[in-house]
Write a new protein. Structure first.
Length: 290
């Protein structure tokens, strides 16, 4: 259960990250928020390695091109969701994001040659239907088209990152993942962040720093999840983000879920449980079975 546990943890961290980013988006440009995110990750890594020699494992990799591609895609994902959620509600951004499991399953079949049974696809469709039930009745879809395009761009980048995570599943330790995603990202974004820098007060600087730690934790959880399990089993679990979104809406903005939202969440949870049963049953079959 390591893979499913880590991807659910990643969804919780991403939901909290999105909520925090939405609170910051009205006061700070995207490049500043993402640059501070990477700086916080690197600082945490170097402090940990200074306190404990070799913490997180080796910094070298046999796949630098994959890591650099992953870093660029992570920048694209970060910018896409930040710019989208600045102009549309969290629920509408999540509706676009929930196309990611289908992209992940498709890329796993095309790139990784992982076999995905029809049952997994079916339960994924049911999970997406639950998201529609939860979100559609209250959505006006009145945001600018560019916001939805940014959300879709971020989703494509995110799904591709998950596929690369699976390709990098044999990399050991967290240090190499943090360094090779954060350092290239910071180098690329820092000049733009410096040009548009808005001096933050102490509280906002802390929030920006926490944003980086949340992103780092979520990214590591994703990498660990795809190291332990296949996309067929993990992709449907991304719909669990709906449950966390409802929780954070209630905790932060005091937005109580309506009957549609609760019904949708029940459908999502049921679909997730059934998809796990279908994936586990498929993995348990002898190799010779069809």
């Amino acid at each position: 259960m390591k893979g499913p546990a880590f991807i659910v943890a990643a969804m919780a961290l991403f939901a909290l990250l999105d909520a925090n980013s939405k609170l910051l988006s009205g006061r700070y440009p995207a490049d500043q928020v993402i640059a501070v995110r990477y700086a916080a990750l690197l600082l945490g890594l170097f402090v940990a390695r200074a306190a404990m020699r070799g913490a997180g494992g080796t910094l070298s990799t046999a796949h630098p091109l994959l890591h650099l591609t992953r870093a660029v895609l992570m920048i694209g994902s970060g910018f896409g969701f930040f710019l989208a959620l600045r102009e549309i509600p969290l629920a509408e951004g999540y509706l676009v994001y929930f196309t990611a499991p289908f992209m992940t399953l498709g890329l796993a079949a095309l790139v990784l040659k992982e076999r995905t049974g029809p049952a997994v696809w079916g339960w994924s469709v049911l999970g997406f239907a639950g998201v529609l039930v939860a979100m559609w009745p209250g959505m006006a879809a009145g945001g600018p088209i560019r916001a939805y395009l940014w959300a879709f761009f971020g989703t494509v980048c995110y799904a591709t990152v998950l596929t690369i995570n699976r390709l990098l599943r044999h990399e050991t330790g967290a240090a190499v993942l943090i360094l090779w995603s954060s350092l290239p990202g910071l180098i690329l974004i820092a000049p733009f962040a410096a040009a548009s820098w808005v001096p933050p007060p102490a509280f906002d600087l802390a929030a920006l720093t926490v944003n980086g730690l949340l992103a780092g934790g979520a990214t590591l959880c994703l990498a660990i999840a795809f190291r332990h399990d296949s996309a067929a089993r993990l992709a449907p679990l991304e719909f669990s983000a709906l449950v966390f979104a409802i929780t954070f809406d209630l905790a932060i903005w005091r937005v109580w879920p309506n009957a549609w939202t609760i019904a949708g969440a029940v459908i999502v949870v049921f679909a997730l449980l059934m998809s796990q049963q279908a994936a586990s049953h498929r993995q348990a079959k002898p190799a010779g079975n069809t």
